[in-house]
Design a protein around this ligand. Structure first.
Ligand code: FES
Ligand SMILES: [Fe+2]
Length: 421
């Protein structure tokens, strides 16, 4: 449980809030790279309660500026995208891809160039990796080192980011991604039906469904922490799921299937809306499109994959009859994200954490809250937040596996927990 004050501190992300200031110091995914076409439609991006425009210029570079035109604030989403910049359709003012105002054609010709030079434009540095456009919104002149997570080092063909829109606060989204204990309950039917493709062997599936109270071990890491969720089975073997948590909003799901893993993050759009990213990546091979076809996820909208999923009005399409017949969650055939989103949104736009009763299985969540609160305090005191610039993100590598007998997971899995690059 948290005090109401700490809950406010953790959940409010607008300009000038301690959490908002802290989160802005990290590189943040803004939109899919493929969404931006050279000289194509600019993309509206809302982050931390502020509105921006991302666009790909004629030469392929990406510009990232405040949404409102510097003249009289018409949306630059309506602008013409041409000649390496956006030209506002209202009075023709132009901002180039570097974020400079380069033309103000409504001014007298003799003073036009000098006038344009003096018009300030809010712009931010971007970096493309992992099939996404990332942006730095913080206050430092030089952004922190870009997080070279394993998926950010792969060719575009090996990465498939998709984004869901969650109608609640970002911390609810993040905390579901840190919660190992719910897999055998909320996702029970998916664990069963995807046993051979999603989770692994019959043995691991059985353990997941029968051991609902894993033992947790934590190791602090330069980027955040590593969590081992250990589930002893009846045969004396232990199923170990090793999650990686990278501050401030990344959770790497344990386990890979045929080389494919998943990184997730919860990015605040504003206090009551969240972009929930699921980044599938294959270390060795291009993404297997057929596999997504098998999962019924081949033709989804990658920028809003949960569009139309519902809300309290239709109980997120929950099927009571199926529940009576044994389907645990009632979200028949909907997949894990649908189930996660429904329970997260059902808590309300910003859950009151002073009403919670936390147990042993919530330790990862408690750890993360403490790290986030410490980080906001550091930024309030003028210090850099933690885990901003670790030497390397090679160690952010989740894993899962069966351990025979008493084998200690840290030693047994050491080689698997470090990326090869
Ligand atoms: S509002 Fe954009 S040019 Fe006037
Ligand atoms: Fe989940």
């Amino acid at each position: 449980m948290l005090t109401k004050g700490h809950n406010e501190l953790l959940t409010r992300v607008g300009p000038g809030t301690p959490m908002g200031d802290m989160l802005r110091e990290y590189w943040v995914p803004a939109c899919r790279s493929a969404k931006l076409e050279a000289d194509g439609a600019p993309e509206r991006v809302r982050l931390f309660s502020e509105d921006f425009i991302a666009f790909r210029a004629t030469d392929g570079r990406v510009g990232f500026i405040a949404e409102g035109c510097p003249h009289r604030c018409a949306s630059m989403a309506l602008a013409r995208n041409e000649g390496n910049g956006l030209r506002c359709i209202f009075h023709g003012w132009k901002v180039n891809v570097d974020g400079e105002c380069v033309d103000t054609p409504t001014e007298p010709e003799d003073r036009r160039a000098a006038f344009a030079k003096k018009v300030p434009v809010r712009r931010h540095p971007v970096h493309e990796a992992g099939g996404m456009v990332w942006v730095y919104l913080g206050k430092q002149k030089t952004p922190p080192r870009f997080p070279d997570f394993e998926f950010n080092n792969l060719p575009h063909s090996h990465v498939r980011p998709m984004r869901g829109l969650l109608k609640c606060n970002w911390l609810q989204g993040l905390e579901a991604l840190l919660d190992s204990a719910h897999v055998g309950y909320l996702h029970a039917e998916n664990v069963k039906s995807f046993a051979s493709t999603m989770i692994g062997s019959q043995e691991t599936t059985e353990i997941l469904l029968t051991n609902g109270a894993p033992n947790f071990e934590f190791i602090e890491q330069p980027y955040g922490f590593r969590e081992g969720a250990l589930r002893p089975g009846k045969t004396g073997n232990t199923y170990a799921r090793i999650r990686e948590v990278a501050l401030p909003y990344f959770s790497f799901i344990p386990g890979r299937f045929n080389g494919m893993g998943t990184a997730c993050c919860s990015i605040p759009i504003d206090d009551e809306h969240t972009a929930q990213w699921y980044i599938a990546f294959n270390i060795d091979n291009p993404i297997d499109k057929e596999r997504f076809r098998t999962l019924g996820m081949a033709d989804i909208n990658l920028d809003y994959f949960n569009e139309g999923m519902g809300d309290f009005a239709n109980m997120w399409q929950q099927d009571r009859k199926a529940m009576k017949e044994g389907y645990w969650s009632g979200f028949v055939g909907k997949g894990n994200p649908h189930e996660d989103f429904a329970v997260q949104e059902s808590m309300g736009p910003i859950v009151d954490r002073s009403k919670e009763h936390l147990g042993t299985s919530d330790r990862a969540i408690v750890t993360m809250r403490r790290l986030l609160l410490d980080a906001t305090r550091a930024v309030e005191h003028g210090e850099a937040p933690p885990a901003l610039d670790p030497q390397t993100y090679r160690g952010v590598r989740p894993h899962d596996g069966m351990l025979r007998g008493d084998t200690p997971w840290r030693e047994a899995m050491a080689a698997e927990l470090v990326a090869k690059w």
